[in-house]
Write a protein that binds this ligand. Sequence first.
Ligand SMILES: [Zn+2]
Length: 260
Amino acid sequence: MKKILLPVFVMFFMSLSLADSFGWGRTGHDAVAAIAERHLTGKARATVEAILDGKSIVYWSNWMDNVRRTPEYGYTTNWHVSHVDSGFKAVIAEKHGKYNGDCLWGLEKIMPVLEDYKAYDDSTVQVNLKFLIHLIGDMHCPVHVYYEDKQDFNVVLGSRKTSYHALWDSGLINSVHNWSYSEYADMLDRADRKEIARICRGSLVDWVEECARDCRVIYDWAGPDQVIDQDFKNRAVILAERQIEIAGYRLAYILNSLFD
Ligand SMILES: [Zn+2]
């Protein structure tokens, strides 16, 4: 895990547009954490829950979205998205510019603390663990990958307009199955050990780049003012659910690597 963030690419970015940007919504983030929880070793789960005041990783999965507008945690507001260049290479937000980082930039801060967690005080470890639980989910949300040549746009959902970003964030997964987070975990967590091992290979940077390649197709599926019909939802939800499943396995992998 020590080398998981390498290699690092640093670039400047176009302006971020993060208003109303809450990757996956509550159910999706809870489902990611619930899938991860099913794959924790006993020791890792006990250690994680001790750090989290006895609570589950599911309990805290949305916490980072809930505090992003507060003065105390405003510095994390841009950590919820990733950036890639035209070749789908991960780029990490300019470290001293006005954007205050992105997902990989945040994880650059988080991982060293968690890798050496016994050297830090309890509250520092706890907050960094809460960040990690949430950001692995956001990393895998298709609209939380920012491409150089793509901007958000409005689509038509029923009788109203909504941003394409918001559709993927909060409306899509509940528009087909509308399961609870635990039902999503039951239905999506179906990969065997060999497949899970394959999914968990690579670094955090590799995972961002894979998401960028796999999720780019959503911009072929819709454009400005497109009517979002049930056919779209039926197709798109397959990708969304797969990303939730993958994020769950990878979150478990990281937590086991850190705390087992
Ligand atoms: Zn988020």
